[in-house]
Design a protein around this ligand. Sequence first.
Ligand code: PLP
Length: 447
Amino acid sequence: MSSSNRTNIPNSLNEHWMPFTDNKTFKKNPRLITDAKGVYLTNHQGKKMIDASSGLFCNPLGHGRKEITEAVSKQLDKLDYCQPFNQGYGGSFELATRIAKKTPEGINRIFYTICGSTAVETAIKIAIAYHRAKGDSKRFRFVGRERGYHGMNIGATTVGGMINNVKTFASVLMPGVQHMRHTHLPEHKFVKGQPDTGVEMAEDLERIAMNFGGENIAACIVEPIAGSTGTLVPPKGYLKRIREICDKYGILLIFDEVITGWGRTGSAFASQEFGVTPDMITMAKATTNGVIPMGVVAVKEEMYDAVLDSSKNPEGTPELFHGYTYSGIPAAVAAGLAVQDIFDKEDIFNRAKEMSPYFQDGLHSLKDLKEVVSIRGYGMMGGVEMRMKDKPGKSGFQTFKHCYDAGVNFKNTGDTLIIAPQFICEKKHIDEIIEKLRTGISNYSKS
Ligand SMILES: Cc1ncc(COP(=O)(O)O)c(C=O)c1O
């Protein structure tokens, strides 16, 4: 079928090997999305659903934003591509300046990547390059955390802490990576916001530093709030303590804000929300409202200076041998700039902050449902954990299907439903999400 007369339903589902998907089951009973507008999605059966996870945390500004699509289309007409190595175009510099205005002070050098995984991979390389630039090339170790998710390249997979993502690939993972324990304790089950207990989990970093030599550790990477494992909110004081231990040993701290960045917590970045400043911040997803892939690493100015100052390369050769063909391409940048305009014009982060208590109250109102064993959340993100049945992940997926039938769409991760509404949601949309979750979860319980 030619692309000009393509229908909503393809002739064959066989050829596309879908990512992170149970391909066998999906292809027997596909769920295809055909249209998206505002907070709603429509599937190939014509059913309208509310999008309760902003895609994959990608579209906080809602679907089908004209300002973004028009900016991209205009850019494509004018300049569709230019190579990003030793050449450039004005937009990428403008976007870097706009991003740097919103990142914490001093974290103002912007490296573009293609997605969250490549942002994390890049941050890992920049950490090594920085230490080498400072004459500290013995630092090769990295510290991640259990139940962390940082993407699927080799480095990002290694520092991540989700067992299914690593066990098949153990033979090719990066050496020298240790993991702290995750911060989710049994008493955090129905805690709204930051738990009071668990700050001592940060001492795992101290312990790893003692065991392996803090002077050998290049960086520690954490999501300020673990998103992909269902919103694990850091205990009060935890991130601050991690920062202190990093400072004690000269370890760089990377906040992976691919999910928490751009307003999800109610501040531009979780770093500002929790008052802890890392050395690098990775971001992606909402940077372009999800419409064109783009990742970003925001780096401390002094790190950028150190890498550039130490370079003895002849003129025309890079200081950092790293980059991507699609680093900061014009279409992605155009989307990014349009997104920045909307952030400012619609005071989006404050809007998210104002809606957060209403959303969190709604989410926690599901506590009475008998199959729900835990609810946690912060800002405009939350996790609803279902009682495990037979095998991990089964009840989460069954609940997802019942909710989909009830008209609310999101992603489940294992047995946890990931709920992350769009920031343009009004109270009536939050009510609709909660009501449909209640219906879907109740129908699952009866099934
Ligand atoms: C915190 C975090 N880091 C990295 C990634 C990887 O991003 P991508 O899928 O764009 O490569 C994700 C994806 O969900 C993420 O949540």
